[in-house]
Design a protein around this ligand. Structure first.
Ligand code: 13P
Ligand code: SF4
Length: 428
């Protein structure tokens, strides 16, 4: 069974090479992500999100010093381990499941975005939290850690193309239009006209907006519980930025599709109309993840043809038909746990980021594990973090310099913390 898994992984890798030559994901992203930092325009870099336009406000990374760009893997390894040892408990490294193996191996804790948010609240002894993930996760860690702690993102260009699909100005414009229709008075049951719910994959400004308007944050591991919280307090929900997580979750809770209009911020009235909005239960922002939108029902059918016993597990950022055709959907940690708990000899087709799927396949030789999409690219923004950047920020700390600190201003962090704490108090 293991050999099948390995073969699929190898096919996947060679086809990633083909995709690279076709100009989608580039092996340079793995070897030299700093080559993209020098770009005059903000960009997500080669990979699944390269066709999404990076807004001008997307954080940019300055040039990584040459000594880190030219160091060998062995040299970086030695320097990282040495810095970690000298810094001891004063520094903690958190890593998301999608981080490359060369980075994950240095992490003190690896988890999904909910677990990482919690981890940031629980590491108060560390003076610095080095966050190997993406920008919105580091912002969240800054808001949930103590003011004395510094949160560091090794590469500032590690953003999230989905998070960038909803900006505060467009959300405020949408909110004004919804307020024109619904006003701000609660109904007889005390429910507000609209409760804003933001996916964790969003800027701190949007979390702050939710905090100020009776709203809340969710992640893929608690979205149903958070929506239930919101429905208790509101007649409808405005869910941003990920339409797929919103739709998949609300549909599983029994909300009919006709009551989930899409709000496209580039169209007048979001591309919908007043009556549809009045009838709505969940207004879905027109955002998506370029990595997860690549998964298709045809891939699931092919996997089932080849492996009749296959268990198909996908992330809820996948489009609804894919989630419907899968056996299960859940957060990155849900996927990890499902595989860990399975009987040896199980076969899994997984619909999530390839780095994590390849790691699970390597960690579980007792199973056959493969990615549903054989030509997928890694999440290019997660991939921006390379051991070179990690060595740079760690050695900066050794020299007493805090590099790439993520600081959310109080005016944003205070209301955002309200929305985050509401989420943390909801039982998933
Ligand atoms: P998780 O919350 O499942 O870790 O997902 C975060 C993410 O960005 C998935 O694309
Ligand atoms: Fe963002 Fe998608 Fe990457 Fe997750 S996988 S960080 S949603 S671009």
């Amino acid at each position: 069974m293991t050999s099948v898994s390995t073969a699929i992984t190898l096919i996947s890798r060679s086809e990633v090479g083909q995709a690279a030559s076709a100009g989608t994901c580039s092996p340079n992203l793995a070897r030299e992500p700093w080559a993209f930092d020098a770009s005059p325009m903000p960009e997500y870099g080669p990979g699944a999100s390269m066709h999404d336009v990076a807004p001008a406000a997307t954080p940019r990374q300055g040039e990584l010093p040459k000594e880190y760009r030219t160091a060998s893997a062995e040299d970086l390894d030695r320097r990282i381990l040495n810095a970690k040892e000298v810094l001891g408990d004063s520094v903690v490294i958190l890593g998301h499941f999608y981080q490359r193996d060369e980075v994950v191996k240095y992490a003190d804790f690896v988890g999904d975005s909910y677990q990482l948010a919690r981890a940031a609240t629980e590491r108060s002894a560390a003076e610095a939290i080095i966050f190997c993930g993406v920008h919105f996760m580091a912002e969240t860690a800054d808001m949930l850690s103590t003011p004395q702690q510094a949160v560091i993102l090794p590469n500032l260009a590690a953003g999230c193309s989905m998070a960038d699909m909803a900006d505060i100005d467009s959300v405020l414009e949408c909110w004004d239009q919804l307020s024109d229709i619904f006003g701000s008075e609660p109904d007889a049951a005390g429910r507000q006209p609209v409760i804003p719910v933001t996916y964790m994959n969003s800027s701190a400004a949007l979390k702050g907006f939710c905090g100020e308007h009776g709203g809340i944050v969710c992640t893929s591991s608690n979205a149903a519980a958070v929506l239930a919280w919101a429905f208790e307090r509101g007649q409808r929900v405005l869910f941003f930025p990920d339409q797929h997580l919103g739709r998949n979750t609300a549909k599983a809770m029994g909300v009919p599709l006709e009551q989930m209009p899409l709000w496209n911020p580039r169209k007048a009235w979001g591309g919908t109309d007043e009556q549809t909005l009045r009838d709505s239960r969940v207004i879905l922002w027109h955002g998506f993840c370029s990595v997860h939108k690549r998964f298709t029902v045809a891939q699931i059918e092919k996997a089932r043809m080849e492996f009749p016993d296959v268990r198909v597990i996908v992330h809820p950022e996948c489009p609804m038909p894919v989630v419907d055709a899968a056996d299960e959907a859940g957060s990155t940690d849900y996927i990890r746990k499902a595989i860990e708990a399975a009987e040896p000899g199980s076969t899994f087709a997984v619909g999530t980021e390839i780095t994590m799927v390849n790691r699970l396949a390597a960690q579980h030789p007792e199973h056959t594990i493969f990615c549903l999409d054989p030509v997928i690219c890694p999440c290019s923004t997660m991939y921006r973090i390379h051991p070179g950047y990690l060595a740079w920020v760690l050695e900066g700390l050794l020299d007493g310099r805090v590099l790439n600190r993520i600081t959310v201003p109080h005016s944003v962090a205070d209301p955002a913390r309200v929305a985050l704490n509401r989420m943390l108090s909801v039982r998933p």
